[in-house]
Structures are given as C-alpha cells and as structure tokens.
Design a protein around this ligand. Structure first.
Ligand SMILES: [Ca+2]
Ligand SMILES: [Ca+2]
Ligand SMILES: [Ca+2]
Length: 266
C-alpha cells in the first residue's frame, strides 16, 4: 500500500477514536419522558425541523456552559417549547459568575415569547421580555440588573430550586441542561414564528426541571423548558484537554494531508 494512503487511513482512524471518546464522555443519556415515549427532545426538535439535516440530540451535545456577548452586544432569546407538569411555574434566565440571576422568562411565559438582552458599556444588563401568541401574550416587562457584566450561564428555576448550565453549581454536580449549536444547515420553525436557518451563533438551551442525581426523580427528557438564544459566544469548552488535542490533531492532519497532496501532484 502506498505511504500516502497508509498514513491517511491511520490518521482518520485516530481522529475517529478521539471524536468518539470525546462524545461518549460528554453526552448525557436521555430517559423515557414522563410525557410519553413519543415526546423525546429528538422527536420534538424533528417536528420543528422544516429543512436540512435533523439535529442530533445525542451526538450534537456541545458541553458548553458559559457564554459572552458578540459585537452587537445584544441577544435575542426565543422560547421554543416546554413539556412539563411544572411548566407554569418554571422560570428561565441568565446568571453571572457571582450567582446573580437575571430572569428572561417568568412562569407565565411560553412558546414564541421573546426576550431581548442588552449588555451595556457600564456593566449593566437590560432585559425586555414580551409575550406572543400562541399561549401567553401578557404585558411586556423591562428590567435592569446593575453591574451584571457580560459573562453568563443559563438557569432554570424550579420547585426543587435553581439548576445551572455549570454542573458544578448543581446538587451532586448533576447535569441539568444540554446545549446545541446551530449548523448553518438545519431550518427550524418555532411555533408562532417564521422559519429560518439555525445559524452557528445560535444555541438551543434544553433543561430538565427535576434533579437527575436523585434516583427515580427525573425522567431526563431535557424538554421541560427549551429556549433558543442568538448572538452569543461560548467562552468555556467542555473538556479543555480533549478540545485542545483535537484542534492540534486537526491542524496537524490538515498540514500533513496538504504536504502529501503536493507530493502527489509533482
Ligand atoms: Ca418533560
Ligand atoms: Ca406565547
Ligand atoms: Ca424532565
């Protein structure tokens, strides 16, 4: 076998191994939803998909947990859906590294409602929330959070307390959220909204509202409160070692392949 094909095959095999181990390490296992076996997060996202490849709820998990703003310094959050007995009382928002919470959606908020978040130069945060049909379309609300800053994670406030996208803040380090990043290919339509492409500055934040570390307590369906947030940038990576080695390996492989191609062309 010629050297080019041998080294390429070995490289691809190694790359596959790294990807596989990374995914296994960070992906949560879904349980059968208390809302019914057909009500999985995968099924619901599939039902909102109007074009392009479907979102893979298992292998598409990013492991991101903290974010910051992008150049517009504003972000829109759109309520996608909530399938939970406690839907009327669950709240959603962002929190900063001091643990200060800024609510985006109250218990009365539901599908299609929107929150516009502005990160101001003085460190303050402004949140404007508005309800739309279907469901809730209550009065708009505006709130300012002094000195909130621009590094944040997401939280859900439930009858069991508050759960965060940083597992370390949850009881027993329990993972209560999965986060997906847009792929610039899948088109989604949120009920009550126009369809559009799920772009790579958009993220789906999907929470489970019952503590998963208590055996039998949670169904781990991660569709209890699901929001899409745009114009944000992840600032932490799930497993720094894995991500860094992946990047180095990827660059190394690309460089090697480029060199090999040149040789072949000669
Ligand atoms: Ca549920
Ligand atoms: Ca609504
Ligand atoms: Ca659940």
């Amino acid at each position: 076998m010629n050297k080019f094909f041998t080294s390429t095959a070995v490289g691809l095999l190694a790359l596959g191994t790294v990807f596989a181990s990374g995914e296994v390490a960070k992906a949560v296992s879904f349980g059968t939803s208390f809302d019914g076996p057909d009500q999985s997060l995968q099924n619901i996202l599939d039902s909102l998909t109007v074009g392009g490849p479907r979102i893979d709820t298992v292998n598409g998990q990013t492991g991101f947990n903290l974010f910051t703003n992008t150049a517009s310094s504003g972000s829109v959050a759109t309520f996608m859906f909530e399938v939970a007995g406690n839907a009327p009382i669950n709240k959603f928002g962002i929190y900063n590294q001091s643990g200060v919470k800024a609510q985006l959606f109250a218990g009365s908020n539901d599908v299609s409602d929107g929150a516009f978040v502005s990160f101001l130069g003085n460190g303050d945060l402004s949140v404007f929330t508005n309800g739309f049909q279907p469901g809730n379309q209550g009065s708009p609300s505006v709130n300012t959070y002094t000195g909130f800053g621009n590094v944040f994670g997401f939280y859900i406030e439930t009858e069991q307390g508050t759960f965060y996208t940083e597992n370390s803040r949850n009881p027993n380090g329990s993972q209560q959220a999965v986060i997906y990043q847009g792929n610039n290919q899948t088109s989604l339509q949120i009920q009550g909204r126009q369809p559009g492409v799920f772009t790579d500055n958009e993220f789906i934040i999907a929470f489970d509202d019952l503590l998963r570390s208590t055996p039998g307590s949670s169904d781990s369906d991660f569709q209890d409160l699901v929001v899409m947030v745009e114009s944000i940038k992840p600032i932490s990576i799930p497993e720094p070692g894995t991500a860094t080695s992946l990047l180095v390996f990827g660059l190394g492989s690309a460089w090697m392949l480029k060199g090999q191609r040149k040789k072949l062309e000669i």
